[in-house]
Write a protein that binds this ligand. Structure first.
Ligand code: NDP
Length: 385
């Protein structure tokens, strides 16, 4: 019997919800390109309910306990003597969401001799030391595509929000003011701008598709080129590297995984190569950008705005400089954890567990590491040291 250790974010400050703003969710069976949404044998939760917090338990308790397994759920993941560290010692499976990541460092993996499976309930397994997982033969899996569209919607929202100066204008309303000039002195139209994405995978391509109707000029860079018909359909300009692309762009959005190739990519030099007054949107991973270089660029005016939802570490400390830097539109890490997304990645987590517990193969598209090597989706999009 397996011990499953699940690290989830805290319940709402006012307690676990007893009612919701809406009664249903649209049913999404397939993602763009044809991949099916998760297909577990069953789910024990109501789609649209809060599943990613401690009391939501990703809807896993009944399924696991009825089969004789143990489920431990905690939000206490960092610092000396955390519940996570204590329970990790004899855990077979660790599950966490990137929004509240259980950092599975090499030291923690060494302290978890029984650990065989690390599941990311969501997308992005950079909180797991993949080199250590490879060395130990631990399987790492994530619920590919489960929240890619959720993030793409967030990117579009943040792009418009920065360019049109939405958040400061909203603040004027809250403060009882009506100074139109205060609102519009930094407000532009997106129409006609050059927008580029670093990576055109599931999220990056979805962002390009969603922005195309705004009559912008679209650019991308990626390790693999998109099919020619997609480039034609969206009028895309391909660039060999981010360095080659950013000088053309008024807006740059980062949609690559964090791995050795992308870590620290947006440093002083690359940000300095951007157009003065460009906007940078990063919903991928904080450490793809140099934290202090972003602050410097906003203060100097090299960047007109920065937005995103990813921070390092998470949760971000109260004095994190990105909370107070000028012209930002940050949210906590939420873009991929809408109630819509939670229903999909909770079902996908259940599907992965059903397969693993029954000794059936996990879908290739969910695999990041297996059998001592990058595998499946991980072999395509990640790299190790
Ligand atoms: P995909 O795997 O579909 O896309 C990732 C893309 O990045 C691939 O096209 C890959 O290229 C490309 N890529 C990898 N390395 C580089 C590089 N060095 N330069 C340029 N492109 C590169 O993943 P998703 O689009 O679904 O997600 C992307 C990332 O977004 C996730 O890894 C995660 O970190 C983040 N994310 C954030 C969320 C949030 O809530 N904020 C939620 C979900 C994801 P190729 O495959 O062609 O080699």
């Amino acid at each position: 019997m397996a011990k499953v250790l699940c690290v989830l974010y805290d319940d709402p400050a006012g307690g676990y919800p007893t009612s919701y703003a809406r009664d249903d969710l649209p049913v999404i069976d397939r993602y763009p390109g044809g991949q099916t949404a998760p297909t577990p044998a069953a789910v024990d939760f109501v789609p649209g309910h809060l599943l990613g917090s401690v009391s939501g338990e990703l809807g896993l308790r009944r399924f696991l306990e009825e089969a004789g397994h143990t489920l431990v759920v905690t939000s206490d993941k960092d610092g000396d003597g955390s519940v996570f560290d204590r329970e990790l010692a004899d855990a077979d499976v660790v599950i966490s969401q990137p929004f509240w990541p259980a950092y599975l460092t090499a030291e923690r993996i060494a302290a978890a001799p029984k650990l065989k499976l690390a599941v990311t309930a969501g997308i992005g397994s950079d909180h797991v030391d993949l080199d250590a997982a490879v060395a130990r033969g631990i399987t790492v899996a994530e619920v590919t595509f489960s929240n890619s569209i959720s993030v793409a919607e967030h990117v579009v929202m943040m792009t418009l929000s920065l360019v049109r100066n939405y958040l400061p204008s909203y603040r004027v309303v809250l403060d009882g003011g009506w100074n139109i000039a205060d609102c519009v002195a930094r407000s532009y139209d997106l129409e006609g701008m050059n927008v580029g994405t670093v990576a055109a995978g599931r999220i990056g391509l979805a962002v390009l598709r969603r922005l195309a109707p705004f009559d912008v000029k679209l650019h991308y860079t990626d390790r693999h080129r998109l099919p020619a018909e997609v480039e034609r359909e969206l009028g895309l300009t391909f660039h060999e590297s981010a360095a080659a692309m950013v000088p053309y762009c008024d807006v740059v959005t980062i949609n690559a995984p964090l791995h050795p190739e992308t870590e620290g990519m947006f440093d002083d030099k690359l940000i300095g190569a951007m157009k003065r007054g460009a906007y940078l949107i990063n919903t991928a991973r904080a450490r793809i950008a140099d934290q202090d270089a972003v602050v410097r660029a906003l203060e100097s005016g090299q960047l007109a705005g920065y937005a995103g939802d990813v921070w390092f570490p998470q949760p971000a400390p109260a004095d994190h400089p990105w909370r107070t830097m000028p012209h930002h539109g940050m949210t906590p890490h939420i873009s991929g954890s809408s109630l819509s997304a939670q229903a999909r990645y909770a079902a996908g987590t259940r599907e992965i567990l059903e397969c693993w517990l029954a000794g059936r193969p996990i879908r290739d598209e969910y695999l990041i590491v297996q059998g001592g090597a990058l595998a499946g989706a991980g072999a395509h999009a990640y790299s190790t040291h």
